[in-house]
Design a protein around this ligand. Structure first.
Ligand SMILES: Cc1cc2nc3c(=O)[nH]c(=O)nc-3n(C[C@H](O)[C@H](O)[C@H](O)COP(=O)(O)O)c2cc1C
Length: 373
């Protein structure tokens, strides 16, 4: 399973694990893979605390940080960065806020205590909010890769990361986006098929991966979307990828900090229980289908707002459902891919890495037997 990227990053297996949980990042990197911390929900101060903790627990291994600078978002390049949050807040219609409130009230989810409301908060989903996160990441030596979620990062961001001796990557869902990354000089392109969890396009992995490999050669490609077993890793490497970028797989590991009820919900779900919906973030995002996603599809529902406005509406639901998980399961934001149907039990992250490697070797053996027939 050793590819050129393993040497470049100093890792044993080209298994990249996206997660919002620092324990999972450290566990995967210690096990020979490459943990990547999703920074979007953290303030720069919180991010510094998380990365300091990972540094202490990662046994000197490398890891990555994922930021979100969308290629396109509401008000981009038009609004004054100084007062961005206030200007965006003024653009959120009251109808959307009331609709979201009603969906939660209908499910009996309590309001947050006075002063803790998460309504109308701007998440790190603009160039301005991501910049301080990058500064924090670059102060941590073990961070060897910075990835961007929703578009090609601006040229100055790429130059800053590469100038610090680190690699810069970005996700894409089409050969067209991949070419833009390639032309901007990114070190790695992550091709995410539509079955993947989180923000995703609508072309499936088996079709997308080889197209992207061809479009950006010789830039290394990581295959994302639907990888949950070593056989799938073998398939990705056979199609020319230099590794796999996984997300859903790590939601149910022992180290993941999801409430137990949410983990159980994921373990019980089948591959048909997810939907691509704009109802939480404003961009198509694959998640568990539930009463919230259904409500926003109903005839009386307002059209979800563009990013980042929709999260200013749904952020309160996310915060309330974390606080009151027992009541809020039917409306919870639960990004996950179709690979959820392959998740059956809670295991330690290191055991998952080990399983992937063993299954990969078995798959390669099967192919070797075939080639000798
Ligand atoms: C809960 C969850 C949250 C995600 N959030 C982000 C994110 O903030 N930034 C990002 O680049 N990708 C995000 N993704 C996508 C992952 O990075 C990865 O590309 C995807 O999970 C791969 O498909 P898979 O879920 O089938 O493994 C998220 C995925 C999940 C499951």
């Amino acid at each position: 399973m050793h590819t050129q990227l393993c040497d470049q990053l100093g890792i044993e297996f080209p298994i990249f694990a996206f997660t919002h949980c620092r324990d999972v990042v450290a566990a995967v990197s210690r096990a020979g893979g490459f943990g990547v911390l999703g920074a979007v929900g953290f303030s720069p101060e919180q991010l510094a605390v998380e990365l300091d903790w990972i540094d202490e627990h990662v046994a000197g291994k490398p890891y990555g940080v994922d930021i979100v600078i969308p290629g396109k978002y509401e008000g981009m390049g038009e609004l004054d960065p100084e007062t961005l949050a206030e200007q965006l807040r003024a653009m959120v219609p009251e109808t959307h806020l009331q609709f979201a409130k009603r969906v939660l009230a209908d499910h009996g989810v309590p309001e947050l205590p006075e002063g803790e409301s998460n309504s109308l908060q701007l998440l790190g989903w603009t160039a301005a909010t991501a910049a301080p996160q990058i500064e924090v990441a670059l102060r941590h030596d073990r961070v060897r890769l910075i990835a961007n979620a929703l578009g090609t990062p601006p040229a100055d961001v790429i130059a800053e990361i590469q100038g610090s001796g680190r690699l810069v990557a970005a996700l894409c869902g089409s050969p067209h986006q991949a070419r833009r990354h390639h032309e901007a000089g990114l070190d790695i392109v992550i091709a995410q098929g539509g079955e993947g969890g989180g923000h995703t396009g609508d072309v499936g992995s088996v079709v997308l991966w080889p197209q992207v490999v061809k479009a950006v050669a010789p830039t290394p490609v990581l295959a994302a979307g639907g990888v949950g077993t070593g056989e799938q890793i073998a398939a990705a490497l056979a199609m020319g990828a230099q590794g796999v970028w996984t997300g859903s797989l790590w939601l149910t590991v022992e180290e993941a900090d999801l409430p137990p009820a949410q983990k159980k919900q994921l373990l019980d779900a089948t591959s048909r229980d997810t939907v691509r919906s704009r109802s939480f973030t404003g961009k198509p995002c694959r998640m568990l289908k539930n009463d919230w996603t259904d409500a926003w599809e109903a005839d009386d529902a307002p059209e979800p707002l563009p990013m980042p406005l929709q999260y200013m509406v749904s952020g309160d639901c996310v915060a309330r459902s974390h606080r009151y998980a027992d009541k809020a399961l039917p409306v919870m934001f639960n990004p996950v891919g179709q690979v959820v149907g392959q998740l059956e039990r809670v295991n330690r992250a290191a055991d998952v890495v080990q399983r992937l490697v063993e299954e990969y070797l078995e798959a390669v053996d099967r192919l070797n037997v075939l080639s000798q027939l």
